[in-house]
Design a protein. Structure first.
Length: 194
């Protein structure tokens, strides 16, 4: 008599066949879908692999006619990868900007004056305005994610962000040092906070 596999893994994995069928039937179409949205076959294959990893973890939720469900997962994977790439790029740009500001030959007093002016202007904002700016500029969240953190709609968050940026810009304009030729010598961090 052959041994019976009564392990919990075997009993819980009744959806394996459904997943395997889904993979066989839709892998090629999902790959074509992602190749139209990302550059390069390697990147598309990575999205497909991540999509099927999600489908595997949620194999008990695979619907009848799973292709639209798979497309939605793939679109989310692509969006997550885009946000991650954008955050890395923004961080690199921010670090490069700070390195230029601290580069030899630049006036450290000017750099300190800019930082002090920004710190003073930022401190003059109300806490809820500072939090909106922190979520976007420092934490790197997009509008949807930041709105979720604050428990408000995306539209409400956009309005709060716009008002906070505008108020910070006014505070910075009031604090800008004037150079010898009468030009304002400070960039507008409200624009950098996008």
């Amino acid at each position: 008599m052959p041994p019976v596999d009564d392990s919990p893994e075997q009993a819980q994995d009744i959806y394996r066949g459904r997943f395997e069928s889904c993979f066989r039937e839709h892998h090629a179409r999902l790959l074509a879908f992602t190749m139209r949205r990302v550059s390069g076959r390697e990147a598309a294959e990575e999205v497909v692999a991540d999509t099927f990893a999600v489908a595997w973890r949620r194999r008990d939720c695979i619907p009848d006619g799973p292709l639209p469900w798979l497309y939605a997962i793939a679109a989310n994977v692509i969006a997550d990868q885009y946000r991650s790439t954008r955050r890395r790029h923004d961080l690199g740009a921010r670090l490069a900007h700070e390195a230029r500001a601290d580069a030899p030959g630049s006036d450290p007093a000017e750099s300190l004056a800019l930082r002090d002016a920004f710190s003073a202007a930022f401190a003059q904002l109300e806490e809820h305005e500072r939090e909106v700016l922190r979520l976007v500029a420092w934490d790197g969240l997009d509008v949807r994610e930041a709105a979720q953190v604050l428990g408000c709609s995306q539209g409400a968050f956009r309005v709060r962000l716009h008002r906070a940026r505008r108020k910070l810009a006014r505070r910075l304009d009031a604090a800008k040092p004037i150079d010898q030729e009468g030009r304002a010598a400070m960039p507008r961090p409200a624009e950098e906070a996008r």
